[in-house]
Design a protein around this ligand. Structure first.
Ligand code: NAD
Length: 293
């Protein structure tokens, strides 16, 4: 596979940042993950290690490839370590203020020619680009969760994104053996514009008592042939991320059909964010997930 550069920086050692680091290292890129706290980095590297080991035990990866990929990944809490990067992918919390703050700190550190991308699920690429010093070398590279498994990457250009940036992003994504789909810069792009209102509707269905968590998930798995129920999927995505995306759709498209379900808001306010916090529509703290309603 063609590689047009070597050093990839990732901002955010959460589920997406680690997934992107995982696939980039397997493709031979040298990856540096930046996050605020040492514990986040350590937890992230442990997750990557565990996921690579699972691929080895499933026969999808050789032990040598696992070792080689791990050796290419390092973590840091010092943003200055992003200086040698050719491409930095921001995969921090889905909050525009957080992302703007990151760009303000990151841009002065980067090489002038470095590309900057965001993995945002929903925010305007054009607006985020305007918070950087390089709107022409900025775009959306939107991976799906879990990154090592999901084949699709949405590419989204802002109004100022240069053609050469787009071409380099395409080459990079292809080198990871992912399939590209191109979306225009509108709230939540393609996948989440369609998926999140469906999940939000599933939560309304629960809120209105039409069905239990189990009934709704079973209905959609067996009745619509979805591999995962919508509430299970919401827990997997993260309920905070689901809420942010619905808010972006609601604000950006000004249509009441995108109103976030109050029950989703309540779960997020409780800190029940899904799998990553141990509890959401299911409780993951025991041996098997148990519905919380
Ligand atoms: P997450 O909550 O698992 O991880 C976010 C990470 O960002 C955390 O480790 C946090 O410490 C870090 N962070 C927060 N502020 C930071 C800062 N100022 N500097 C450095 N790091 C900071 O979230 P996630 O699910 O990995 O989502 C990350 C991004 O990817 C979001 O923009 C989200 O919309 C997008 N995304 C998520 C999914 C999904 O299914 N979860 C899918 C595609 C895209």
């Amino acid at each position: 596979m063609t590689k047009v550069f070597d050093n990839v920086g990732i901002v955010g050692a959460g589920q997406m940042g680690c997934g992107i680091a995982h696939v980039a290292a397997l493709a031979g890129y040298k990856v540096t993950i930046y996050d605020l706290a040492k514990e986040r980095i350590e937890a992230g590297l442990a997750t990557i290690n565990g996921n690579l080991a699972r691929q080895v035990s499933n026969g999808k990866l050789s032990e040598e490839a696992r070792k080689a990929a791990l050796a290419l990944i390092s973590g840091t809490t010092d943003i200055n370590d992003m200086a040698p990067m050719d491409l930095v992918i921001e995969a921090a919390t889905e909050d525009e203020t957080v992302k703007r703050k990151i760009f303000a700190q990151l841009c002065p550190v980067l090489k002038p020619e470095a590309l900057l991308a965001t993995n945002t699920s929903s925010l305007s690429i054009t607006r985020l680009a305007s918070a950087t010093d390089r709107p022409e070398r900025f775009m959306g590279i939107h991976f799906m969760n879990p990154v090592p498994v999901m084949k699709l990457v949405e590419l989204v250009r802002g109004i100022a994104t240069e053609e050469s940036t787009f071409e380099t992003a395409k080459t990079f994504v292809r080198s990871l053996e992912k399939t590209i789909t191109v979306a225009e810069d509108f709230p939540a792009f393609i996948v989440n514009r369609i998926l999140l209102p469906m999940i939000n509707e599933a939560i309304y269905t629960l809120y209105e008592g039409v069905g239990s968590v189990e009934a709704i998930d079973t209905a959609m798995k067996l009745g619509a042939n979805h591999p995962m129920g919508p509430l299970q999927l919401a827990d997997f995505i993260g309920l905070d991320t689901c809420l942010s995306i619905m808010q972006v759709l609601h604000d950006g498209l000004a249509d009441s059909k995108y109103r976030p379900c109050p029950l989703l808001v309540k779960y997020v306010e409780a800190g029940w964010l899904g799998r990553k916090s141990g509890r959401g529509f299911y409780d993951y703290r025991g041996e098997h997930p148990i519905p919380t309603r």
